[in-house]
Design a protein around this ligand. Structure first.
Ligand code: PGA
Length: 251
């Protein structure tokens, strides 16, 4: 079955406003291949301007990198999904390993964030992935399955069908060490199989699953050509227009 192909850039805590706008302009000027969608996950203060800049391009979405698990109220410093929705932001990263590790995004918190996203009609890009010790143990599939069970497997089928998943082995994030295409394919197929067991095959076959972890122009083509890999969530290589454009053209 042909699934949507997605190249998502995760800018993390990088770029000045000017640099971000320039980068988005360059990406917006590029021809996005047929059947491919591009997502730019940007810092909160830039989202509205980026949205305005790219509004007319259907295949280019702006995402927040995080959101509050709370709907509203006395939570100083937080940004709610309703606020994101009110500036027409359509996507939000949920469960990035850096959020899990440094900001106590536990499964309970992530479940609430998913709930907030669906209440407001945003598409969550849900991230999962194992640390190095688990990979070395050979228990990576069970580890990721547990991450899914504690969060997205609690969703109703209808909400689940709107998700984008990203498998990001922590040992490959920002390290220059990429999972081999075979390692990515193995995990993506395993994720699809547990979705089929929990829900059904049609749903499992329809969900885009992105690979993340040191994706760059030199390896994108081979990784994206794996049958269960539907694109990438790209950190470092998404910060330069040239390299991200090349990745977008790697499908
Ligand atoms: P990286 O980051 O491409 O720099 O490894 C990926 C991510 O964290 O989403």
């Amino acid at each position: 079955m042909s699934r949507r192909k997605i190249a998502a850039g995760n800018w993390k805590l990088n770029l000045s406003f000017e640099e971000a706008m320039q980068l988005a302009k360059s990406i917006a000027d590029e021809e996005i291949p047929e059947g491919v969608e591009v997502v730019l996950a940007a810092p909160f203060p830039y989202l509205k301007s980026l949205r305005d800049l790219t509004m007319s391009i259907d295949k280019l979405h702006i995402a927040a990198q995080n959101c509050s698990e709370h709907a509203k109220g006395a939570y100083t410093g937080e940004v709610s999904v309703a606020m994101l929705d009110s500036i027409q932001i359509t996507h939000v990263l949920v469960g990035h390993s850096e959020r899990r590790e440094y900001f106590e995004d536990t499964s309970e918190v992530l479940s609430k964030k998913l709930e907030r996203a669906f209440e407001n009609g945003l598409v969550p890009i849900y991230c999962c992935g194992e640390p190095l010790a688990i990979r070395k143990d050979g228990t990576h599939v069970a580890f990721v399955k547990k991450q899914l069970e504690e969060t997205i497997f609690k969703l109703e089928r209808e909400n689940f069908s709107k998700l984008i998943l990203a498998y990001e082995p922590i040992w490959a994030i920002g390290t220059g060490e990429t999972a081999s295409p075979e390692q990515a394919q193995e995990m993506h197929a395993a994720i699809r199989s547990v979705i089929a067991d929990k829900y059904d095959t049609a749903l499992a076959e329809s969900i885009p699953i992105l690979y993340g972890g040191s994706v760059k122009p030199a390896n994108a083509k081979e990784i994206f050509s794996q049958s269960d890999v539907d694109g990438g969530l790209v950190g470092g290589a998404s910060l330069k227009a040239e390299s991200f454009s090349e990745i977008i053209k790697s499908f």
